[in-house]
Design a protein around this ligand. Structure first.
Ligand code: ZN
Ligand code: ZN
Length: 170
């Protein structure tokens, strides 16, 4: 198994590199870097000024044979939710994580690259967990806890709980 990491639009190389190394050490698999890709124009919702994550995922599913994780600065949403940090369908090939609302600056707080890197990696591990078949988990601190806001992200850690680890089969 391997994962290809791509950016949708421009993404800070420091962040891409952090995710690449983080996933590699967490999942012990090769993480390849793909080229920057463009969001399909149909994914942009001008009324919301956001991109619909499902449309982007469908596009990734079509264009990649293997597992792919897309990172973007664009603000993303899915039906019935105002925004999401990331999306993956369980046991699919593709996942997406948005940096937009992980950044303290989004909330008018001082920039904090270390905090941003932490949140981004947690959300990437979470979405890859879905790709590998995991559902949301209620175990305290498990990376598969759902996150509705940045506090939820900050309250969980990078690791899968014991049960999730067993489900992953490792
Ligand atoms: Zn989730
Ligand atoms: Zn768990």
């Amino acid at each position: 198994m391997q994962i290809t990491l791509v950016s949708i639009g421009k993404v800070d190389a420091i962040l891409m590199d952090h995710v690449k190394k983080g996933l590699r050490s967490r999942f012990k698999i090769p993480v390849l870097t793909g080229s920057e890709i463009r969001a399909p124009s149909s994914s942009f919702n001008k009324f919301r000024n956001q991109y619909e994550a499902d449309i982007i995922l469908n596009e990734l599913e079509k264009n990649f044979d293997d597992k792919v994780l897309a990172i973007t600065n664009y603000d993303i949403y899915t039906q019935r939710l105002n925004y999401i940090f990331g999306l993956a369908k369980t046991k699919s090939k593709s996942a997406i994580v948005s940096i937009a609302r992980l950044d303290p600056k989004f909330y008018k707080q001082p920039g904090d690259i270390e905090l941003l890197k932490e949140r981004l990696l947690k959300e990437c591990i979470h979405e890859i967990g879905h790709v590998l078949g995991l559902q949301h988990c209620k175990e305290k601190g498990c990376v598969m806890n759902p996150s509705n806001n940045t506090r939820d992200i900050d309250n969980k850690n990078f690791d899968f709980c014991h049960m999730c680890q067993i489900s992953l089969g490792s």
